[in-house]
Write a protein that binds this ligand. Structure first.
Ligand code: MV4
Length: 496
């Protein structure tokens, strides 16, 4: 392997380019019209235009990417996260074109990427999973039957999806029919499949995930866990490693279960197994992500490993350079995802020209950043600007170091969510690690839950206000005219 095409943009593209350069691999960037002046284009040795700004006409066009891979004579493609990173057809197309896909085989991606097939694999791997159905539900009657067996409350979920779309909590039989219809139609709209399954609802769970790395020779290790419970609308906001509730024994049991699942499906390369952990510290398999994740840096900081380098070496056919007994966790790492969004305005994206950028640094600070003063944050993609990571010997020291670094951060010309992190990192519940997946909604005041009644006149004002904002932004946005308004909130998967 001599030359790698990075089929992504933003900070993850820069991250992969850095690993390639350290390994003496040549790099090829691809870019859309909105990214012509982006940093990943400047850092790569070669850069090829994909097409217009919309992802569907650029970063999601596997055919154009492979055409460029052929023209540039690359040996491998790294998909990053989001975009085509979990697209089995693209992984297959790479193999068919004689280009190494830096990730799992398409077969493993299909096996573990489907929520229901992954739950069946979890049973074969003797892995604790949330009680419930392991296949899609035929109809409301079957849903009522399964719910009767496992007991309310239950959670209806989209088999083909994730990120909370198509998810409905049901607390009693009378509500099942309407919830089933709502979940199935949202799943159909979001993922092209209305198939839903049903699980026992775990109250106030923590979201804890295990990083695994498997080579092509049957070796697989787990690299500790990440606590990802601080989320807003199913988007991670803060991630940390290790988790305050995972001791050595729980880590070993979760890690060994994750490795069993990966090996049982013939998994290769980086993967993450997501668990829900209840307040009795029982862990339940939730789903598997068959890609490198946004939050991989916190694992790198506490293990001292370079996960992208490991991905590249595994893709070259090298055996893992580490055994399980070689993995030592040290210190604590916290990551904040810095977004161009306005916390004072319902976290709407806040694109535009960055007029000033002063970046934090100093002891124990890592910033994976893809923007610069003079860069215009485009509307077409997830508006993440950078990931700020603080490392220190203890959780409290890492939190305080992060607060110091946030105070050094100056991003002028656009709104950012930096103030949100100060609120979280100074909150007594967060500092005491009293967090679960509902923590942030409680801190911010829960949003209008799906289906909650909003008075007509309030809704009318909201729509009018939003329409005005869109019109003003598009008119004022200049370059934004070519790109479509990315409605508030971020599609699952774009940000990994
Ligand atoms: C659950 C759950 C409680 N019980 N499943 C949210 C999206 C997807 N990752 C799975 N999710 C959940 N599944 C059962 N049986 C609670 C959530 C959940 C959640 C999970 C992880 C992180 C944030 C979350 C926010 C709300 C709900």
């Amino acid at each position: 392997m001599k030359k790698v095409l990075i089929a992504n943009r933003g900070e993850i593209a820069l991250r992969v380019i850095s690993a390639c350069r350290e390994m003496g691999l040549a790099t090829v960037a691809v870019y859309s019209d909105a990214d012509r002046a982006a940093l990943h284009v400047l850092h790569a040795e070669e850069a090829y235009r994909l097409g217009p700004a919309p992802a569907t006409e650029s970063y999601l066009r596997g055919d154009l990417i492979l055409e460029i891979a052929r023209r540039a004579g690359v040996d491998a493609v790294h998909p990053g996260y989001g975009f085509l990173s979990e697209n089995a057809d693209f992984a297959e197309a790479c193999a068919a074109a004689g280009v190494t896909f830096i990730g799992p085989p398409a077969s493993a991606m299909r096996e573990l990427g489907s929520k229901t097939r992954a739950r069946q694999a979890a049973d074969r791997a003797k892995m604790p999973r949330v009680p419930g159905s392991v296949t899609g539900l035929a109809d409301v009657d079957e849903a009522v039957h399964v719910a009767g067996e496992i007991g309310y409350p239950v959670m209806l979920k989209a088999a083909a999806g994730g990120g909370g779309k198509g998810m409905r909590a049901v607390t009693r039989t009378e509500d099942m029919a309407s919830a089933f219809r709502a979940a199935s139609s949202e799943a159909e709209r979001s993922f092209g499949s209305g198939e839903v399954y049903l699980e026992k609802l775990i109250e106030r769970p923590r979201h804890i995930e295990i990083q695994v790395m498997a080579d092509m020779h049957g070796n697989c290790v787990y690299l500790g866990e990440r606590e990802c419970s601080v989320q807003r609308r199913h988007q991670k906001v803060i991630e940390e490693a290790p988790s305050a509730v995972v001791d050595d024994d729980l880590r070993r049991r979760m890690g060994e279960a994750a490795v069993r699942l990966a090996l049982s499906a013939g998994y290769v390369n980086a993967g993450t197994i997501e668990f829900l952990v209840d307040d009795a510290r029982n862990f339940y398999f939730l789903e598997m992500n068959t890609r490198l994740q946004v939050e991989h840096p916190v694992t790198e900081m506490v293990t001292g490993l370079d996960l992208v380098e490991m991905q590249l070496r595994v893709a070259m056919g090298e055996p893992l350079g580490v055994r399980q007994e070689d993995i030592r966790l040290r210190g604590h790492a916290v990551e904040c995802r810095i977004y161009a969004e306005d916390p004072e305005n319902n976290f709407f994206p806040s694109p535009g020209l960055i007029t000033r950028l002063v970046q934090p640094g100093g002891p124990g600070i890592r910033e994976d950043c893809a923007v610069y003063a003079g860069w215009t944050v485009p509307l077409d993609y997830d508006p993440m600007l950078s990931k700020l990571v603080a490392f220190a010997p203890t959780r409290e020291a890492a939190i305080d170091r992060m607060l110091r670094a946030l105070d050094e951060y100056v991003i002028g010309g656009i709104k950012t969510n930096i103030s949100l992190f100060r609120r979280i990192l100074t909150d007594p519940d967060f500092r005491a690690a009293r967090i679960d997946t509902g923590y942030l909604e409680r801190l911010l005041g829960s949003p209008a839950e799906v289906g909650e009644h909003v008075p007509e006149d309030v809704a009318a004002v909201a729509v009018a206000l939003f329409a005005t904002m869109v019109k003003e932004r598009v008119v004022a946005g200049g370059a934004a005219q070519q790109s479509r308004w990315v409605v508030a909130g971020r599609q699952e998967g774009l940000s990994g």
